[in-house]
Design a protein around this ligand. Structure first.
Ligand code: SF4
Length: 70
């Protein structure tokens, strides 16, 4: 396994329920390397693979429970 694949396998995968998301934008502050906000404040994922501890914190802080671990 290459180093890139080994690192990838250690990352958690996140998803966003677009129906539940209310555009609070907290996920963009919690996961700035993975989430940007569109002009209305809704998240755009640059990647869904993030460090597990960061992913768990972001899921916990999402006030709409729209962010989830895959
Ligand atoms: S924190 Fe939750 S509700 Fe807010 S933008 Fe992110 S996914 Fe949507």
């Amino acid at each position: 396994m290459s180093n890139a694949r080994a690192v990838e396998s250690e990352l958690a995968r996140i998803g966003i329920d677009r129906v539940l998301c209310t555009g609070h934008g907290i996920c963009a502050r919690t996961l700035p390397e993975a989430v940007a906000l569109d002009e209305w404040g809704y998240p755009i994922l640059a990647t869904d693979a993030v460090p597990p501890a960061d992913a768990k914190l972001a899921v916990k802080l999402c006030p709409a429970r729209a962010l989830f671990l895959r």
